[in-house]
Each structure stands twice: as C-alpha cells, then as structure tokens.
Design a binder for this molecule. Structure first.
Ligand code: NDP
Length: 434
C-alpha cells in the first residue's frame, strides 16, 4: 500500500490473489525462495502519456493515456484499452494484474497488460472519437507490435475505436500488421465470434457449473447488469440455451421485462442508436418496468451475471440474491463483486465464478484472432465458437481440479488464482525471474 499509494482497486485485486497463494508457496519451495510474488505485483513497464486533441468546435482538449505492461513471461503483453472518465493508474493496474492470471488460465501464449484513458466517448461525435484515437495511437504505437504488446477493446472501446486506432498505427508505421490489435472488423483482419466471445464464454462457463450440479439453463431466470458488449451477448447466449433474462441495466437504472429481454430491440437501441435503458422501456410500453435509484440485485433470479463495472455488486446486493434463492453468480465484468459480497455468497452456498475465469472467453478469442492473423487464415463462426466453448470448458475444469488439489474443493476463486499463478510463476522461474 505504501509503494502504490491511492491505488485502491489495485490493492483489492492483489489482496484477493495473495489470500489464496499460501498453500502453493508451502508446496513449491522454488516459489517461496524467490521474490516471485513481489515481482509479479510490479509491472514490467508503465507508460503514462499526454493525449491532446481538438473537439468539433476547434477547442483544444487534453486527456491522459495509460498502458501498463504487467507481465510477459507467457507471451506478448495482451489486454484491452478502456476509455472512461473513471480511468486512472489504480484502475489500469488492477485490470492489468487480473489479466496476467486470466490469460494464464486460458492455456494460450499471452502475457498480461491493460491500458486506456480518462476520455469519455459518451456524447462525442464520430469525428471527435476519431481524432482522440489518432492522438492516443500517435504516442502508443512505439510500444506495440505483434510480438510485443497487442491491445484490444474494453469499456468504451468497441470496433469503431479499434478501427481508428488500427488505421493510425498503419499510417504511422506503414505496415499492415494485423496482429497488433484484436477486436478488428471482419473485412480488415478480425475474427468471427470475437465480438460475442466474452458474453458467450461467460454463459458457457456457467453452463459448466450447472452441468456439474446436474442442472442446465433450461427454465432458469437470469439477471444481467450492464447493457454493453459483454451484457448483450450474455443475454443472447442465455436465451439460446433456454434461460430467460428478466433484467439488465445501464449506469442510470435498470429495466425488468418478465417476458424476457427483447434482444433485437436491445441491440438496436444500444448498438445502432447508442441509446439508454429508458428508450428500451419506452419502446416496450406496459411489458417492461424502468427503475432508478435501486439495486438491480433486488430482482429475484436463479443466476446473476454482473457485466457492467468493478464493485457493482456489494454486500447488500449479495444478501438479496442469496435470500431470493440465487444459485450461481458469475462475473462478466472485471471485479464487479466486492470482497464482502463474495463472503456473503460463499456463506450462503451460492456458486461464485470470478471474472478472471468466467470472462476469459474474450481474451481467448483475441488469441484466436492473433492465430488467424499469423497464418493469414479466417475461420468459420461455428469452428471459432467451438474452440471458444472448448477453452471455457478447460478453464472451468482447471479451476475445479486446482481447487481440489490445493485443499479448497469447489472454490472457483482459489482454483482460478492458484491455477493462473502456477503457470506464470513456472515460466518466470524458467526465464531467470526476469
Ligand atoms: P461496454 O462499454 O460495452 O459496456 C459497459 C456497460 O456497463 C454499459 O452498459 C455501461 O452503462 C455500464 N457501466 C459502465 N460503468 C458503469 C458504472 N459505473 N455503473 C453502472 N454501470 C456502468 O463495456 P464491456 O461490455 O466491454 O465491458 C463491461 C465489463 O466487462 C468491464 O468490466 C470490462 O472490463 C469487462 N470485460 C470486457 C471484455 C470485452 O471483451 N469487452 C473482456 C473481459 C472483461 P453506461 O452506458 O450507462 O455507461
């Protein structure tokens, strides 16, 4: 805490991992005798830079850009960019730290990183977003490369932003280096299923949890927070598997739609109109209820999928979920559940899947995009989705087997932290702890 003052979210993420590492250090002398844990918590490189740009009125604007290259023991740095006014170093470091373990758990050759800016794309024109992205990349390009660091999207960074970033990279370097960014459009080097991957992967992961308890999504009631990329595709896959999503939200409020969220309408409002949940409620008339100033976790459900932002599910929310008989909580967002809420869920016997395992499908499919770029190949939707499902299956099993081996059977948090740690730590030792 003294070394990284004020970086609250980073402290929270590190604490959660360290709490689980006791049994590993006891068992593996090589990890205990080295500075490996201290080194894991120290990013290999942190870049902070000025992003000057001009708005549509020609007024000068200024934002701050970040890229934290945390760990490259397993492969090139890999992790998304977030554009949101709340972004500061503590957020980028928490996300980058989590990313190391998540990427390790996928079994793919990717290191951990994260980046972004305090730029707020909300209410900005396409031209403003484009100028911002061009200025951001004008600094960042020198740190990237298909073998060095490969960013993707995250909150506030979708295909539009990736396009502007990639265009500027191409222009500055004079290289059509497809493997330098993931989340690209299909006709300029993107992969099928990447857009859907985090939400789909999350639901595949929950499906594995349900199967392990001899259950399935069929007939289950589900609540999904958020209405962005992860949330929308989680809703879609839940419906495909026979469940019913009855509520979703944005940062102002949530809608309850007992017939099940109308996915086509939701997508039209969010993706085409860039609208709000109020627009959804209005379009649904009597069928949906819009609620503001209350927690979405008050809506009864069998499965809860927080897919919006960090620390959105607190102790009170967790208690309500448990009281209503919720059976599974799985994180689509990064660290949406507070430590107190996790304790409540655990005590109530609710299965809890942490983001570093449950939302790993996004980065895993980014790695599949890199594979396609490297071989100049494009895979079909069906084949790519199958690969994603296999990866989520193996992440699930790795968590359970590791939890069992280290004395915490059924504990997905311990399984994810320990499983992710061992692969990275082994590689760090082999590479001479650099
Ligand atoms: P989007 O920008 O597409 O959507 C974010 C959603 O969360 C929006 O509905 C937004 O509402 C809501 N939201 C954002 N901030 C808040 C807040 N402070 N309170 C309540 N709601 C909020 O982002 P993604 O769907 O891509 O990402 C969502 C989460 O998933 C993030 O934690 C991200 O790190 C994580 N994630 C994303 C991956 C990906 O592939 N995209 C991969 C792995 C994890 P509003 O419009 O009102 O801001």
């Amino acid at each position: 805490v003294r070394r990284n003052p004020g970086e609250q979210e980073f402290h929270q993420a590190v604490r959660e991992v360290l709490e689980n590492l006791g049994p590993v250090v006891d068992k593996h002398a090589a990890f205990a005798d080295t500075e490996i844990i201290r080194r894991l918590c120290e990013p290999e490189r942190q870049i902070i830079f000025r992003v000057p740009w001009a708005d549509d009125e020609g007024r000068p604007q200024l934002n701050r850009g970040f890229r934290v290259e945390f760990n490259s023991a397993l492969g090139p740095y890999k992790g998304g960019l977030r554009f949101h006014p709340s972004v500061y170093l503590g957020i980028v470091k928490f996300l980058g730290f989590e990313q190391i373990f998540k990427n390790s758990l996928t079994g793919l050759p990717i290191g951990g990183a994260k980046g972004g800016s305090d730029f707020d794309p909300k209410g900005r024109s396409d031209a403003e977003v484009m100028r911002f992205c061009q200025s951001f990349m004008t600094e960042l390009y020198r740190h990237l490369g298909e073998y060095t660091d490969v960013p993707a999207g995250d909150t506030g960074v979708g295909q539009r932003e990736i396009g502007y970033l990639f265009g500027q990279y191409k222009r500055i370097t004079n290289r059509y280096e497809s493997g330098v960014l993931t989340g690209k459009g299909l006709n300029w080097g993107g992969s099928r299923v990447r857009t859907e991957a985090t939400g789909y992967g999350l639901v595949f992961f929950v499906d594995e949890i349900l199967k392990a308890a001899d259950a399935s999504f069929d007939g289950m009631t589900v609540v999904v927070s958020g209405s962005g990329n992860v949330a929308v595709h989680a809703v879609q896959k839940v419906h495909q598997l026979g469940g019913r999503v009855v509520a979703c939200s944005d940062s102002n409020g949530f809608v309850v739609d007992e017939d099940g969220i109308d996915l086509e309408l939701l997508r039209e409002i969010k993706e085409e109109r860039r609208g709000r949940m109020t627009d959804y409620a209005e379009a649904r008339g009597d069928k949906a209820r819009y609620v503001e100033g209350e927690s979405i976790w008050s809506v009864p459900c069998d499965v809860a999928l927080p897919c919006a932002t960090q620390n959105e599910l607190d102790e009170d929310g967790a208690r309500r979920l448990a009281d209503h008989g919720c059976r599974v909580v799985a994180e689509g967002a990064n660290m949406p559940t507070t430590p107190e809420a996790i304790r409540v869920l655990r005590d109530a016997g609710v299965s809890f899947a942490p983001g570093k395992a449950a939302n790993a499908g996004g980065v895993a499919t980014s790695a599949l995009e890199m594979q396609q770029n490297a071989s100049r190949d494009t895979w079909t939707f069906e084949y790519t989705e199958e690969r994603l499902a296999e990866i989520m299956h193996s992440v699930h099993d790795r968590c359970l087997e590791t939890a069992e081996e280290y004395g915490s059977p059924g504990d997905y948090v311990a399984g994810a932290n320990i499983g992710g740690f061992i692969r990275v730590a082994d590689a760090m030792v082999a590479l001479g702890l650099v």
